[in-house]
Design a protein around this ligand. Structure first.
Ligand code: DX5
Ligand code: ZN
Length: 224
């Protein structure tokens, strides 16, 4: 199975005083979707945005909105994010009490369902749900902040997920988030990922098309 490579700029690093312009520039530069980091100040030590802002972002682009919920009790909020215009929603396996119910809830709302995995959470935690998921989000950093350094052990997790997917003929995509740069995207792609989230690497380096095109050129899929 071939998984299309997609660059997902993380809006957390964009300039929110000119958000529409930032979104449109990244879209013109070759973004495939936008990653939206939702933090609650409890699950992670940072506070960001909620459905109200997602609704505003929805008006700025036709591209899919990928909401990464780093929040407690995500099942209480997915309906609001869906109504605001989210297309994909990932929640953290570390805090979801009933993953199967949550995935069913997302699918009933017409949302692509993902489960996210922190750097210190083993891939095994996800195995019972992989057949139900549209994607897995492998964290390359501990969630909470942009501009951190990629933790190399994430590569092994991507490889494990890719091997499991191949062995069981599953179709979930593998998204990687945190610490991505043009300098490490090649090995992340080779490990088996196809959705690449990048915040500071894109939004802190103008022009955006230079970075995004450079990233795309470096992406080669896994060998198998
Ligand atoms: C971290 C967020 C990431 C972050 C990525 O908690 O989930 O999406 O914004 O930022 P960079 O690409 O700068 O590591
Ligand atoms: Zn994220």
């Amino acid at each position: 199975m071939v998984f299309t490579p997609k660059i997902a700029p993380s809006l957390l690093s964009a300039d929110f005083s000119i958000l529409k312009q930032e979104i449109q520039e990244a879209e013109a530069a070759g973004a495939s979707l936008f990653h939206v980091d939702v933090m609650d100040g409890h699950f992670v030590p940072n506070l960001t945005l909620g459905p109200f802002i997602v609704k505003a972002i929805r008006k700025c682009t036709p591209l899919p909105l990928d909401c990464h919920l780093m929040i407690e009790s995500p099942e209480r909020y997915v309906k609001a994010f869906a109504a605001a215009g989210a297309n994909l929603i990932s929640c953290h396996i570390e805090i979801v009490s009933e993953p199967k119910t949550l995935i069913e809830q997302l699918h009933a709302l017409g949302i692509k369902a993902g489960l996210a995995l922190n750097p210190d959470t083993p891939v095994e935690r996800l195995l019972p749900y992989l057949a139900l998921l549209d994607y897995v989000l492998v964290m390359g950093v501990f969630p909470g902040f942009a501009e951190q350094v990629f933790i190399e052990s994430a590569l092994k997790k991507i490889e494990e997920l890719n091997a499991f997917r191949h062995e069981h003929a599953l179709a979930f995509e593998i998204e990687v988030d945190g610490g991505l740069r043009s300098s490490n995207i090649e090995k992340i792609a080779q490990a088996g990922a196809n959705i690449f989230v990048a915040g500071s690497a894109i939004f802190k380096n103008k022009p955006y098309d230079k970075t995004i095109q450079e990233m795309k050129q470096k992406i080669h899929g896994p060998k198998q």
